[in-house]
Ligand binder design. Sequence first.
Ligand SMILES: Cc1cc2nc3c(=O)[nH]c(=O)nc-3n(C[C@H](O)[C@H](O)[C@H](O)COP(=O)(O)OP(=O)(O)OC[C@H]3O[C@@H](n4cnc5c(N)ncnc54)[C@H](O)[C@@H]3O)c2cc1C
Length: 433
Amino acid sequence: MDYPQFRKLEGAPNLYAIEGPKHVTEWQPLGTGKWVVHQHYASDYPRYQWVTELLQGDEPVCTLTVEGWHRLLNEREVVSEETAPGRIPGAPVQASWKDEAAVGPLTTFGATAHAHCLAEVATDAEVRWALQDRAALPLMVLGGGSNVLMHRDWKGRMLHMNIRGVQKIADDGNAIEVVVGAGDSWHDWVMHALDEGWNGLENLALIPGSVGASPMQNIGAYGVEVKDRFAWLEAIHRETGALERFDAERCAFGYRDSVFKQAEKDKWVIVRVAFRLDRSAPLNTQYGAIQTELESRGWDRGTTHRQVAEAVMAIRQSKLPDPSEVGNAGSFFKNPVVSQAVFERIQSDHPEVAHYPAPGGKVKLAAGWLIDRAGWKGYRRGTCGVHDRQALVLVNYGGATGAEVWALALDIMEDVEAKYGVRLEPEVNQVGL
Ligand SMILES: Cc1cc2nc3c(=O)[nH]c(=O)nc-3n(C[C@H](O)[C@H](O)[C@H](O)COP(=O)(O)OP(=O)(O)OC[C@H]3O[C@@H](n4cnc5c(N)ncnc54)[C@H](O)[C@@H]3O)c2cc1C
């Protein structure tokens, strides 16, 4: 079944766009010339049954073509609707393909690469168009390009996410639920939330990239992960076009991980993400570097959420290379999580090994420490290298190819494994490897 499917009730004007097996948009008449639009989510069995019956299209429901549905829709004016970034019922598709587009500049690593064709998509309808058009070609979604390394040209379609907008959907005076377009800049969203007094994301300031990619690897920094403030997301299935809602449980968040990197890899396009924020959110300042930064500014008493964000930004700017100056994708490797026995073996040879407790009695080792102690920090090979202030970050000094960066990464992985018996895994998504 391809979505959306269009239905109408016999003998009544109500129109339905079935966006997925669990999501229906309904246009309900108001007076003679108006529509009120409702969103229905089939979160329980009776509502799921109702969507199934609508889909079957048996009497008293009739099936409409997209043209027939548009004609009936245009007979009335929409006066009230629960909109969300990207959800613009009936909006025309304005996106188009750009052939042989240079995509290196759309990534923070900046490795030279082209996409066979590239389209900017700004609505759900444009996402569905891009999924259906030129369908024989493989498809890749690109957000801010800050967590990808292009190994070669992408011989398929590239969908550049540009759904934007911030919409508050609930506010009890303290807690707020806000939905944000997948194409919005993550850092701009964090700053906007702080301006509004919607707190809880301040430790995640200055992480590059888009809102839509934030749940992909459950972005995290300074003791906070996106899962801590995540409410739900909506995503369109790449093959069927169905729109579905994912709550935190369905996202299966882990350390730099989610279901979108595991069982549901390459199956969905995330179109918007909702967050639960709090005007009186507790401050997360337990992280040593944040405390030191706050103290150095005399802000250690009576700190505000904005001051925590400013401290985080100052720390990040002092440690991490700015992608606009030198190409990089942040941490190239994940911190390895090892058993207690493996940790004790490493610690007996290297008592000072940097480590943190991890869930399930395991131990997280600082990959940056392992790479630094293995002698790679500041190492340069041609046009790429290891950053001189943060060994976890591989950099493109200008003109490096994905293959050159990867060859360096493999050498580091082999050396660390030989020295510590631990295999590093890349955090950055390798495209075309
Ligand atoms: C200097 C620097 C510092 C960084 N610091 C951190 C940090 O502290 N913590 C952290 O967690 N990360 C960090 N990162 C990594 C990066 O910022 C995050 O992973 C970010 O979420 C990537 O977002 P993006 O939009 O750039 O994703 P992209 O690089 O465009 O895409 C990443 C992956 O997500 C997929 N994807 C993107 N958007 C969508 C979508 N809408 N639907 C479906 N799939 C999608 C892509 O196909 C790709 O597989 C850092 C990166 C840099 C360059």
